[in-house]
Design a protein around this ligand. Structure first.
Ligand SMILES: *Cc1c(COP(=O)(O)O)cnc(C)c1O
Length: 397
């Protein structure tokens, strides 16, 4: 079929009925190795072009179903799945950047990404400059002759600050750099970064795409050519391979991604408005609210406002977090996001700065504008919005 819509791509992408049995749902192939018709080499370098199924670290048919489904959703040429979002992130960084190279990276992103860039990459001779990627002049000023890549995350965890992918990609093009976008918070239902000029799209499948909080996974999307080193080097030599069982679970989750994202958005809009009107809440960060400082960019770049928001409260956030952990009945006080269950977590600004971002001056001031002394990150699940509001109202007082 020509140009199927996102719902059809989510359901059917990557899938065909089994040619042997006619099974309509995807098979789960747990085999680690594949019987051959004739002897072949034992190094991946012995193969050219499309690699046959030899060993599951090199490729697996169930994982391939997931990869093809995600490529269809993201409107990207190819996809490589990994064991986690961090395995995907590390794979992009360590196959694209070499000793002597320089990375320009968002100064606010998933904590693990920030720690990888700041704590580990320098040990491999790769330097990085964290910048506020909402400010194009700052991004451009950070570029050096040895810069190879710009890494952005939009919306950025945990303050829901957005970055204009097309604008950053235009800067990158001018300087011959590659752009990687961690699009975990957006999902392909909201934003397809390849359409805005990005070279690599990175997802933690653990979040919305898997959607049920029961499987870790990661993925990188882009052209076949750009992904080739990820498939033949990162996957094979670093070994952060997705279990076929997790691929099967995540593909099953991804099939309902479009309808889940509509429900997540609907719930998040309701709860964001409820929080905005609540006297104990001083600020809500959510791209679906008129009050979001980048509302125009949100409208331009996001077809769905996703289901994660963060908010500041009057008074002692840490003490409220303790009460939440004990007294919330529906919302789980837990890390992670994008599941059908609602999750909330307190993110203290000083602790975040110490362990990961280490911002000061203007960069810290911009973070604090969104986060103050700390934010509650709330991933709105698929429960009834009235029940969620009731649960939160009880502990907010
Ligand atoms: C969770 C997350 C990651 C890391 O993914 P894992 O699957 O936990 O390794 C990376 N980026 C973002 C934005 C995330 O939310």
């Amino acid at each position: 079929m020509k140009n199927p819509g996102p719902n059809t791509r989510a359901v059917h992408g990557g899938e065909i009925p089994d040619p042997v049995t006619g099974a309509s749902a995807p098979n789960l192939v747990m085999s680690t190795t594949f019987a051959m018709d004739e002897p072949a080499g034992f190094s991946i370098s012995a193969f050219e072009g499309d690699i046959p199924y030899v060993y599951t670290r090199w490729g697996n048919p169930t994982t391939r179903v997931l990869e093809d489904k995600l490529a269809a959703l993201e409107r990207a040429e190819d996809c490589v799945a990994f064991a986690s979002g961090m395995a995907a992130t590390a794979a992009v960084m360590l196959t694209t950047l070499n000793a002597g190279d320089h990375l320009v990276i968002s100064d606010v992103n998933y904590a693990g990404t920030a720690e990888l860039a700041r704590k580990l990459l320098p040990a491999y001779g790769i330097s990085c400059t964290p910048v506020d990627t909402t400010d194009l002049a700052t991004v451009e000023a950070a570029i050096r002759p040895e810069t190879r890549m710009i890494w952005i995350e939009t919306p950025a965890n945990p303050i829901l600050r957005l970055t204009d992918i097309a604008a950053v990609s235009a800067v990158a093009r001018r300087h011959g750099l590659q752009v990687a976008v961690d699009s975990t918070f957006a999902t392909p239902i909201a934003t397809r970064p390849v359409e805005h000029g990005a070279d690599f799209v990175v997802h933690s499948l653990t979040k919305y795409i898997g959607g049920h909080g029961d499987a870790l996974g990661g993925a990188v999307l882009g052209t076949k050519e750009r992904l080739e080193p990820l498939r033949t080097r990162a996957l094979v030599y670093f070994g952060g391979v997705l279990s076929p069982f997790n691929a099967w679970l995540i593909a099953r989750g991804a099939a309902t991604l479009p309808i889940r994202m509509r429900a997540h958005e609907e719930g998040a809009v309701r709860i964001a408005r409820f929080l905005e009107d609540h006297p104990a809440v001083t600020r809500v960060n959510y791209p679906g609210l008129e009050s979001h400082p980048q509302r125009d960019l949100a409208r331009r770049q996001m077809d769905n406002m996703s289901g994660t928001l963060s908010f500041q409260v009057r008074g002692d956030g840490a003490a409220l977090a303790e009460r939440m952990a004990k007294e919330l009945e529906i919302v789980h006080y837990a890390v992670s996001l994008g599941h059908h269950r609602s999750l909330i977590y307190w993110i203290d600004t000083d602790a975040m700065m110490d362990s990961t971002f280490r911002l000061d001056d203007e960069q810290l001031a911009h973070y604090r504008e969104y986060a103050g002394d700390g934010v509650f990150r709330l991933s709105v699940g698929l429960e009834d919005a009235d029940d969620l509001c009731g649960d939160l109202a009880r502990v907010l007082g």
